[in-house]
Design a protein around this ligand. Structure first.
Ligand SMILES: Nc1nc2c(ncn2[C@@H]2O[C@H](COP(=O)(O)OP(=O)(O)OP(=O)(O)O)[C@@H](O)[C@H]2O)c(=O)[nH]1
Ligand SMILES: [Mg+2]
Length: 413
């Protein structure tokens, strides 16, 4: 391993410019990247219904776009930001992306993975702490301010707490304003000393306001979104942080630490910011980023169909939510079911890690009225799991568990 690659702080120190640095943190799928894209006015950051699989992305201003990927065990790589899709996965510790977006003239922004990401340790977020002027902590209002969030945020320095905002996201998902206010009241009580300010927003509503036909509709939607309160709070944070930042050396050009500058390799030389969104994941064909994903077509899980009461089964990568193989299904949308259950597996893996249990998951059983759902992470690759749906009336659960285990043993990824 080249010297210094295991110390990404060395790079971050070089990236720390006179601009305030704002990080967005929170649980996965809280809406962190959606919020940032809205503020930036373009789809820079990847967003998805299931957890995205990117390392922290440090966004900064440059007239000519460029990207730098800090590898976990390889020299840093420069890339064209348009190819950001290719830099997900655990091979990278952090990405630096520079773009000519007006807001970035005033502020650097770091988008981070969800705190329950199994690959993300406290240390990997703490690496950024010395460089942060403020944090927007995003917490989904439907499950706001969970114990995992409390524990992670409390582990950051107290002065940072005083400069940061708690944003309850996706407030359009609650039925009405009194429900929003009820959550806000509880969370305000629980976070008194932990944030400078708290507010509830809906980026979905703010985006709808942009498409509204009449001015009255637009105004109503904007008001309901509470986006202007967020923009005001951000302006205050940026203004307060600016004076302190001027004392820092300004770094306007891409910098690699001297040790690595000569080793950096480039995927593309001169880059231009293309018009339109940089990344629209829903329409984008995802390139396999790892051997694991490119192997998926070869995985055979057809033996699972021999289990009594079999309805359908799939093999899912919980890091990406992607289905690697499937069989049966009938009325059950296996792809959606598999993706939704990535959250179950990730939550359980992270609970085991948080509790310091030196153990693994054999299987997870979900009992519905009419079906059993069995989840079995692969022993050698626990982030990949088998998901099997069985008819409760005709399945023999004991036998089914053994059969799923036997099939799991035959899978090698
Ligand atoms: N209804 C509603 N959905 C939202 C809102 N904001 C984000 N979402 C949706 O929530 C999902 C997750 O959003 P992301 O922005 O990818 O969440 P994230 O916190 O960046 O997720 P990770 O990067 O995976 O940790 C996406 O399907 C978004 O469309 C909102 O205000 N309202
Ligand atoms: Mg995100």
């Amino acid at each position: 391993m080249p010297k210094g690659i295991d110390e990404p702080e060395n790079y971050f120190a070089g990236w720390h410019s006179q601009r305030p640095v704002l990080a967005v943190m929170g649980e996965y799928s809280a809406g962190k990247s959606t919020l940032l894209n809205y503020l930036l006015g373009t789809n820079v950051f990847p967003t998805r219904i299931t957890a995205t699989n990117y390392p922290p992305i440090w966004l900064t201003y440059a007239d000519t776009p460029y990207g730098i990927a800090i590898g976990a065990d390889a020299p840093p790589l420069t890339f064209d930001p348009i190819d950001i899709n290719d830099y997900s996965g655990s091979a990278y510790l952090a990405l630096r992306v520079a773009l000519p977006i007006p807001l970035l003239r005033d502020i650097d922004i770091i988008d981070t993975p969800g705190i329950s990401d199994v690959r993300l340790t406290k240390k990997s977020l703490h690496m950024f702490a010395p460089f942060l002027d403020a944090v927007i902590w995003c917490s989904n209002i439907s499950q706001a301010w969970r114990q995992t969030e409390v524990s992670m945020w409390r582990s950051f320095p107290k002065p940072l707490h005083q400069r940061s905002l708690l944003v309850l996201t996706q407030c359009d998902k609650l039925r009405n304003l009194p429900d929003v206010e009820k959550v806000m009241k509880r969370v305000t009580h629980e976070t008194k000393t932990l944030f400078a300010q708290r507010l509830a927003v809906s980026i979905d509503t703010a985006s709808k306001a942009e498409q509204a036909k009449g001015a009255a509709d637009r105004d109503d939607l904007l008001k309901a979104s509470n986006i202007s309160a967020l923009q005001t709070a951000l302006t205050v944070i940026v203004t307060d942080a600016k004076a302190a930042c001027l004392a820092r050396p300004d770094i306007a050009t891409p910098t690699l630490s001297p040790t690595h500058a000569s080793q950096a390799t480039s995927h593309s030389s001169q880059t231009q910011l293309k018009k339109g969104p940089l990344h629209t994941p829903k329409e984008t064909t995802r390139h396999p980023t790892s051997k694991k994903e490119s192997d998926m077509a070869k995985v055979d899980i057809s033996k699972l169909a021999e289990i009594g009461g079999f309805i359908g089964a799939c093999l899912v990568d919980s890091e990406t939510g992607l289905m690697m193989a499937s069989d049966g299904g009938g009325d059950l949308d296996l792809e959606a079911a598999g993706a939704a259950n990535t959250e179950v597996v990730k939550a359980k893996l992270s609970a085991i890690e948080m509790l310091g249990l030196d153990d693994h998951i054999d299987d997870i059983l979900i009992t519905l009225g009419k079906q059993f759902h069995l989840i079995r992470p692969l022993e050698k690759t626990p982030t990949v799991f088998l998901y099997v749906a069985l008819d409760k009336k005709s399945a023999n659960l004991g036998m089914a568990r053994v059969q799923v285990k036997n099939v799991e043993k035959t899978l090698a990824i």
